[in-house]
Design a protein around this ligand. Structure first.
Ligand SMILES: [Mg+2]
Length: 268
């Protein structure tokens, strides 16, 4: 398929593309861990957070985060977690007699309480990737339509952006509340029947693959944000695609669109 050098419409994921919520993930996971396995809160072990951050890409849903801490604290190596996470996770949940649904409800509830108790503290655990805010502002100042497509709640996205001085246009943030797969939202945003003209930046490879499989989105250009929550093997897959899936660096993201599809270094 012939490629165009510029998008006609842009869709951006939020966490792992614009916003780095790693400190919040870790603190939430730690609170859940303490509640489930210790019954009371203790200070976090110093070396745990960097290990958790490296392994965060193995996680698909929020409730798994505390189980990851449990498995790590039982002494499982980083390497085997990276290789066998779904098996290790299910085994741990079974041996501790836990129910993923209950863990999910506990995680959500704990987060809700935290937000209700101290919203500012919670917001303060989020960072933006270097240069992301300036680039976003530049895009918003241009005629290019730009949307945020995320599983985070829209009100949190807006609040976090507002703290950085960004007022995102009404109707252009598609958050958790829309309750539909990202691919369906992209279909609504696409300027053409086959999706051509729409460029989508996301840090989860499985999400990009779902979009890639859709016949009605076969013209969408797909970018894996290599600075987000993904692993070297995910980046290699994106690099090797050679078609509509591209591995994008933060430098490229912050630069002109004409350079997004040409990867010149070999860091992936
Ligand atoms: Mg993401």
């Amino acid at each position: 398929m012939e490629h165009e050098s510029f998008p006609r419409c842009l869709a951006l994921d939020f966490d792992g593309v614009l916003c780095d919520g790693m400190r919040e993930y870790f603190q939430t996971a730690w609170r859940v861990y303490c509640q489930v396995w210790l019954g009371h809160e203790i200070p976090t072990p110093a070396t745990l957070e960097p290990t958790f951050a490296r392994l965060r890409p193995v996680i698909e849903t929020g409730w798994e985060m505390a189980v990851l801490l449990r498995v790590l604290l039982l002494g499982t190596s980083e390497e085997s977690i990276g290789r066998d996470w779904p098996t290790l996770r299910d085994r741990q949940v079974a041996s501790d007699g836990l129910d993923p649904k209950e863990l999910a409800a506990l995680t959500d509830g704990l987060r809700d309480d935290w937000i209700a108790d101290d919203f500012e503290e919670w917001l303060g655990l989020h960072d933006f990737f270097p240069g992301a805010i300036a680039r976003l502002q530049q895009i918003l100042d241009s005629p290019l339509p730009c949307h945020i497509v995320t599983t985070k709640e829209e009100r949190f996205v807006r609040k976090l952006l507002a703290r950085e001085g960004i007022l995102f246009p009404a109707g252009q943030v598609f958050g958790k509340g829309v309750q539909r797969p990202k691919a369906d939202t992209l279909r609504l945003l696409a300027p053409t029947d086959d999706g051509r003209g729409l460029w989508f930046v996301e840090d989860m490879l499985s999400t990009l693959h779902k979009v890639k499989k859709r016949p009605d989105l076969q013209g969408v250009e797909l970018f894996l944000a290599d600075w987000g929550y993904n692993r070297p093997e995910d980046r290699r897959v994106a690099m090797a695609d050679g078609d509509r899936l591209h591995c994008l660096s933060l430098d490229q993201f912050c630069g002109p669109f004409s350079r997004w599809r040409s990867r010149r270094d070999s860091s992936c």
